[in-house]
Design a protein around this ligand. Sequence first.
Ligand code: FAD
Length: 120
Amino acid sequence: MLPFFLLIKVVEQVPIAISITDKKANILYINQAFTDTTGYRPAEILGRNESELSAKSTPRQVYYDLWHTITRKKIWRGRLINKNKNGAPYLAELTIAPMQDEQGKITHYIGMHRDITQTH
Ligand code: FAD
């Protein structure tokens, strides 16, 4: 079993943008790769909503599908048009997974994303 501090380091240093949110998508934690990808430091984005990242050009249906999936305890994978802190748009490939307590109740969501603009 890995020591706890090592698990924390893994999340902090893994090269994929990770955010942990409450049930309304308010951001509670971001890792270093999230800062590298979006330009936001923790003090600038914690407590704000993931919708801050939206470039407002993804079709509504995609967000509907996203929420329909994750609120049913399933994992959603898809692409969203995001913008970074400077307002520059980028294509984000996301995986969003619900986190559940022992009773199976959703407590948080974990978001993982990569900027795939260059590959498209
Ligand atoms: P919203 O007001 O969020 O509404 C869009 C629709 O989503 C609503 O009509 C409703 O059907 C549904 N909805 C919204 N909130 C809830 C809720 N709490 N429970 C059930 N249904 C709900 N969006 C991005 O654009 N980029 C990201 O990188 C991104 N990452 C996310 C990561 C995580 C972990 C989570 C949970 C969400 C993420 N989102 C992301 C989605 C984001 O929270 C917004 O829903 C989205 O950006 C649309 O914002 P909006 O203000 O236009 O619409």
